[in-house]
Design a binder for this molecule. Sequence first.
Ligand SMILES: Cc1cc2nc3c(=O)[nH]c(=O)nc-3n(C[C@H](O)[C@H](O)[C@H](O)COP(=O)(O)OP(=O)(O)OC[C@H]3O[C@@H](n4cnc5c(N)ncnc54)[C@H](O)[C@@H]3O)c2cc1C
Length: 415
Amino acid sequence: MPIDFQLSENQLALQAAARSFATNVMKDIRPLVNAISDPAERFQATRPHHKAAVEAGLVNGLFPKEFGGSDVSTLDFALAAEEFCTQDVSLAGTLLGTGLGTKPLIWFGTEEQKKRFLPDFIEDGTRLAALAFTDTVGGANFDSPDPSCGVQTFARLEGDEWVINGKKHYTTNGSGWDGKGCHLFAVVCRTDPSKGAGDSLAIIMVPGATPGISVDGILEPTGHKASIAPRIHFDNVRVPASNILGRPGDGVAMVTQNFAWTAALIGAACVGVMRSAFEIARDWACRDTRSGPHPVIDYPVIGYKFADMKMKIEACRYMTWKACQQFDLSRGKEQELAVMTKVFTSETCVEVVYDAMKIVGVDSYQKSHPLMDLMNDALCFPLYDGGNMGARRRQLHGIIRDPSYDPLTAPFARY
Ligand SMILES: Cc1cc2nc3c(=O)[nH]c(=O)nc-3n(C[C@H](O)[C@H](O)[C@H](O)COP(=O)(O)OP(=O)(O)OC[C@H]3O[C@@H](n4cnc5c(N)ncnc54)[C@H](O)[C@@H]3O)c2cc1C
C-alpha cells in the first residue's frame, strides 16, 4: 500500500467548495477592510461574510456530531483553511477564535457542561466564543511552576461560585459583534496565587453576559486587520463552581493541546498566504518587462527564486497535512509535529512573501500593494498563538529533552 497523498472524493469536494467560497465571498474582505480605519468597524464589516460561512456549515464543523455539529477533522479543516487564506486571514481567524474558545470544552468538558454550552452555537452559529488566555502582562510564562509569576488572572472559590479577576488582551472575538462581549469565554486563570501552573492553572467557561466583564479598548495589529483584538477585563465575575473544566492544574495540558490544534491549522493558513504571494509575483513577472527586452520571469535569477518559493510552499503543505493527520489520529496527544509545523511554516511564510516582494521590487513596498497586506498578515504568524520563541522553548525543547523522547514517534507512531 503506497503512502497516499491523494485527496478523497469528499476532500476534493470540500476543497472545491472552500475555494469557491474564498473566491466568491472572501475576496471582497481585503479591499473592504482596507477602506475602514476603525478596527472595530473593520471586524463588524466581516459580519455578513461570517454569516455566509455559518450558512456554508463552517462553524458547525467545529462541533461534535452528538450536539448537532459535523465534526470536521483537523486535516479537512486545513484543506479549507488553505483556500480561505489565499484571500483573507481574518475571517479564518474569527472561526479559529470560536474553535479556541470551545475546543477545551469539547475535549475536556463533562457531558453536563457540553449540554449546557454547546447547543447555543448549533442554534445560532453566528455566536462567537473566545479563548481569554493572554494576560495584559504577558502569556509566555503561563506554565510557570513559580507561583510568584505566570498567569495573573485569578479565580477564587466562594461557596459554590468562582469569582474571577484579571485583565486579558488580544482576545480574538472577545468583544462580540456588538462590542459588549462574545457569547462564551474560556478563561485561563489560576485558582490559587500560592500555587504554580501545574497545581492551579485552570480553564473556566464564562458566559459573555455575566456581570463584571467589560471590553476595555481594542488593539490594532498591523495585519489580520479584520480580526478583533480587544482588551477584556474580568472584574469580580461570578460563575458556578461547575464551570471549571477538569481540575485546577489541568489547564496546562488543555492550553497546550488547544495551541497544538491551532498550530497545525496555522500551517494551512501560511500555505494559503504563500500561494497568494507566489501568484501575485508570478502574474506580475509574466507580464511586466520593467522596460527591458522581455518579461521579468525570463531572467534566470527570477525563475530560480520562484522555484525556491514553490519548493517551500509544497514542503509546508505536506508537513501541515501530516501534522493535522497525526493530531487527529492521536486525539490531540501528538503535538511535536503540530508545533514544528507552526514554527516552520510561519517563518517560511515570512521568507516567501518577502521573496515575492523582492521579485516585484520597490513597488511592492507600498501600503496599497497586495503583497504589503500579505507581509503584514505573515508577520503575525510567528508571533501569535503562543509565539515561536515560546513554542520552541516551552514545547519543542521540553519534548526533545524528555528522557523518554523518541525522535521517530512524530513521523511514524501509529494510533
Ligand atoms: C492576531 C492575534 C490574535 C490573537 N488571538 C489570541 C486569542 O484569541 N486569545 C489569546 O489569549 N491571545 C491571543 N493572541 C495573543 C498571542 O497568542 C500571543 O502570541 C501569546 O499570548 C504569547 O505572546 P508572547 O510569546 O509574545 O508572550 P509575552 O508574554 O508577551 O512575551 C514577550 C517576549 O518575552 C519572551 N519571554 C517571556 N518569558 C520568557 C521566558 N521565561 N523565557 C524566554 N523568553 C521569555 C517571549 O518568548 C516573547 O518573545 C493573539 C495575538 C494576535 C496578534
